[in-house]
Design a protein around this ligand. Structure first.
Ligand code: ZN
Length: 668
């Protein structure tokens, strides 16, 4: 959950949670929610939140993740989105707002050598346009400081703000913040930085990260003693870009020695560096190239984005999931890939483990493509794998089911029981305090069903004793939950019944195979909650999106949980009934476009495109930004090229005009 500081930053930046909940924000950050499942609005809201907390010094995702996962996703989906067209806003600092002497733009970023080469190609082309010889095309490279952007005019210090207007934070200079190269009448844009070693040694215990500290330098209230000391010792300074050590050379030299040059420049300074900045030096070329509202075209930042790595396997851990399937979890040497540290990766199943030789000591090639879940690309040096014979949780003999190993002890296996209970609360999503650790404590005390948990009172929690089974100290006398915690837990349980919850979510919480949230909702658009338990396979298979195999799995899965379900159902959760399709149609809530995938293109005349998209979503349509085979309708506004239309038609997409669309949704 957000800290006090983060909340205050969001308030100051006037960011409200409209499309996300606080919980969802953190799930996205932890990758528990896949970024491509977010709507555009949710993605942008997440970016706004991440940016505000980052710029304010209280970030919760890394800069690399911000760029390479979330911003990259928006760029991929909506390259023209307004959020990408301007400098990201900065959390409001207290102080006078001023027009900056020079506009401070952002920097375009490249994550691969290829992207840098494309940029160089653009430079060369532009150079040719204005008659500059290639030979004279020289490039200047400086370390890319990971600090706090600001502007010093020789007297005053300003934050970068929105690039045009910043906040006067001269108080930092008054506190003694040194300007590198001062005495030489230095001025210009730069960054507030702190020596990496100094931060590690003296500050890292007190500040989450260096940004956190940099923001503290600008704080309105008196600087704390540690901040003041760092300023006095000149460990923290303002570094104008003009004072940075540079590499300068011709394009051809750079291309030949790219890796070496980058490594060299990277190590030029003792501050945190997260890349290098390359820029053209020729004045007329710079002028010719100009800038977008976001960045100068003659400048680019190169940030490393390693996507492949060879790593050693430390251990393969066997984990029994709630379905009884045992999963091989591969623990590896901590490895940085695309800005995140990877410690674990899944090997999917034991047939693969056996065949490929995925065991302790093996060397594997890891790939993090699409920047989401890292996977094992191939095994470079196999080693003897260990295939478990018994369940790591209950010691039952495992059985093969296709490529998978299964623990058949469904009713008593601790891992299956605990994971099932955990899954319930996680899916319900409206209750705190029932995570893995708590569930384990409850299980040790004989609790094996969610129903039991809901029947517990404060005293029941308080009575529970914990401690490791094999502890020499026989610490079984320790209370699992204190009096206050016990009361909280009972309150939470009660609240989870009072807070309204969608009936499909409630059903999904039971974890029936093939009955995730999406499928549950789909089914409940056709049948009422209690009726689904009496459905025959054929009825389920009739519903769009359910294959026969799925229908079969659902019927047998529902049968297994029926009693448990009814028991919990009788506790009277405040279930919100999913409206049936027939009801939605009657009420005029859905129309022809419900459930259809719609793409809007061109400029619309009846309203803003974004508003029309939002309306379409409300009517149940899936709105996407590009045409694919899955697209049902391409709604064309004005000025749409013939090629775009015929391309869509060739994919079998219905192309309709704006007016036809309005008729479709009953607006005309
Ligand atoms: Zn088991």
């Amino acid at each position: 959950m957000f800290t006090k500081e983060q909340k205050s930053l969001l308030n100051k930046s006037r960011i409200k949670l409209e499309f996300l909940t606080e919980e969802k924000v953190f799930k996205i950050a932890e990758r528990a929610i896949n970024v491509d499942s977010l709507s555009d609005d949710q993605l942008v809201e997440f970016l706004e939140i991440a940016n505000a907390t980052y710029r304010g010094g209280y970030q919760f995702i890394t800069d690399e993740d911000y760029d390479s996962i979330y911003l990259a996703e928006l760029k991929k989906r909506r390259p023209k989105h307004p959020f990408l067209q301007v400098v990201e806003p900065e959390a409001v600092f207290t102080g006078k707002k001023v027009e900056l002497p020079v506009e401070m733009l952002s920097t375009e970023k490249a994550y691969s050598r290829k992207e840098v080469e494309r940029w160089i190609k653009r430079l060369r082309k532009a150079a040719k346009d204005i008659g500059i010889y290639d030979k004279k095309l020289s490039i200047l490279i400086t370390p890319k400081l990971d600090g706090f952007a600001a502007y010093y005019d020789g007297k005053h210090l300003y934050t970068r703000g929105n690039g045009k207007r910043g906040t006067d934070v001269t108080r930092a200079i008054e506190r003694g913040l040194a300007v590198c190269g001062d005495g030489k009448r230095v001025r210009g844009a730069g960054e507030i930085v702190v020596e990496t070693e100094y931060f590690k040694k003296y500050l890292s215990k007190y500040f989450d990260n260096s940004r956190n500290f940099q923001a503290a330098i600008l704080a309105e209230k008196k600087a704390d003693a540690r901040v003041q000391r760092a300023i006095d010792k000149k460990a923290a300074i303002f570094m104008p870009f003009s004072q940075l050590p540079t590499w300068r050379g011709e394009v051809s030299t750079l291309i030949e020695n790219f890796e070496n040059v980058v490594a060299k420049v990277w190590a030029y300074v003792d501050y945190d560096v997260d890349g290098v900045v390359l820029e053209a030096t020729n004045k007329s070329l710079k002028k010719y190239l100009g800038a977008t509202r976001h960045h100068h075209r003659w400048q680019i930042a190169f940030k490393e984005n390693i996507e492949n790595a060879e790593v050693k396997i430390l251990n393969v851990v066997h984990q029994t999931s709630r379905s009884g399937r045992v999963n091989p979890v591969v623990e590896i040497e901590p490895t940085r890939l695309s800005g995140a540290t990877i410690r674990k990766v899944t090997a999917h199943n034991y047939k693969i483990v056996e065949k490929e030789g995925i065991g302790t000591g093996a060397i594997i090639e890891l790939v993090r493509s699409g920047l989401v879940i890292p996977k094992i690309e191939n095994v470079k040096k196999p080693s003897k794998p260990s295939i478990p014979r018994i369940c790591p949780s209950c010691q039952s003999k495992l059985i093969w089911d296709g490529d998978y190993l299964i623990c058949p002890n469904t009713l008593e296996c601790p891992a299956q029981i605990e994971n099932t209970m955990e899954h319930f609360f996680k899916t319900l999503g409206n209750i705190d305090g029932f995570g893995e650790k708590t569930i384990n404590k409850l299980f040790i005390n004989g609790v094996t069903t969610v129903l039991q948990i809901y029947r517990m009172g404060v005293e029941d929690f308080q009575k529970m004793k914990c401690g490791k089974e094999d502890a020499e100290t026989n610490s079984k006398n320790v209370n699992c939950f204190g009096p206050k915690q016990s009361k909280n837990m009972v309150d939470e349980l009660r609240r989870s019944k009072i807070d309204p919850i969608e009936d499909w979510r409630f059903l999904a919480a039971f974890g029936v195979f093939r009955m995730g949230g999406g499928n549950c909702e789909k089914l409940l658009r056709h049948y009422r909650l209690l009726d689904v338990f009496d459905l025959e396979e054929s009825k389920i298979a009739e519903v769009e999106g359910f294959a026969e195999v799925t229908a079969k799995a659902i019927v047998s899965g529902l049968k297994k949980i029926r009693r448990q379900f009814m028991n919990l159902y009788e506790l009277e959760f405040d279930l919100q009934i999913t409206l049936l399709f027939s009801e939605l149609k009657e009420a005029g809530i859905i129309s022809e476009i419900s459930g259809k995938q719609v793409v809007f293109t061109g400029s619309m005349t009846s309203g803003k495109r974004a508003e029309m998209e939002a309306e379409a979503r409300k009517l149940g349509a899936k709105v996407s930004s590009s045409v694919s085979k899955k697209t049902d309708y391409l709604v064309t506004g004005e000025n749409v090229g013939e090629t775009k239309i015929s391309a869509a038609k060739s994919k079998g997409v219905k192309v309709i005009s704006e007016n036809q669309y309005l008729r479709l949704i009953g607006k005309e």
